[in-house]
Design a protein around this ligand. Structure first.
Ligand code: AR6
Length: 178
């Protein structure tokens, strides 16, 4: 499923984030930028430890809602943007921090003049954010960024791992006000 927002295609697909041929994939990182499970573990496996060594070399940590960029190691993607989503707490702050993580990832991409970025569903795995709450926040944050910021992005893709995640995002995209 995809929609067009001015010059940018916003696309939802089911798949593995590590296999994407884009300028940057986004890692669902933790504040210490250490390798972990989920998306992080898959990036470590497919892209190699140098991605995380570069994290340690250039950045000590990354606060929740923020994002930093490294090279893509052995991945097809040229770069990895490490974004830290919130650990779900059930408070209104969750949605602000989740939106920040998406917005700041796109800001980093724009700063480096990247044209294509692929996101996983941040925070909805180990960090426990309910999918039906996270999907509309994620899509609105990206849509608002694309509509209000100056950028050169031609593609923003969400790569959703399983049927349920894809369905929640498709549902949220249908209800997104453009
Ligand atoms: N491609 C796309 N999506 C994936 C993949 C993949 N290869 N693998 C898992 N997902 P998570 P979080 C989905 O747990 O909740 C790490 O240890 C997964 O099904 O990766 O932000 C970090 O180091 C879920 O829908 O990220 C942090 O400590 C979504 O990606 C912590 O987990 C996010 O799941 C971050 O937790």
């Amino acid at each position: 499923m995809q929609i067009q927002i001015n010059e940018t295609t916003l696309e939802l697909i089911q798949g593995d984030i590590t296999q994407q041929d884009v300028d940057a994939i986004v890692n669902a990182a933790n504040e210490s930028l250490a390798a972990g499970g989920g998306v992080c573990g898959a990036i470590y496996e497919a892209g190699g430890r140098e991605i995380f060594a570069e994290c340690r070399q250039y950045y000590k940590c990354c606060a929740t809602g923020e994002a930093v960029i490294t090279g893509g190691g052995k991945l097809t993607a040229r770069n990895v943007i490490h974004a830290v989503g919130p650990i779900y707490s059930g408070t209104p702050r969750d949605a602000e921090l989740l939106a920040d993580a998406y917005r700041n990832s796109l800001r980093v991409a724009v700063k480096d003049k990247l044209q294509s970025v692929a996101f996983p569903s941040l925070s909805t795995g180990i960090y426990g954010y309910p999918l039906d709450e996270a999907a509309p926040v994620a899509l609105k944050a990206v849509k608002d960024f694309l509509q209000t910021q100056s950028h050169q992005l031609s593609l923003v893709r969400f790569v959703l791992f399983d049927d349920k995640t894809l369905q929640e995002f498709e549902n949220a995209l249908k209800h997104l006000e453009i």
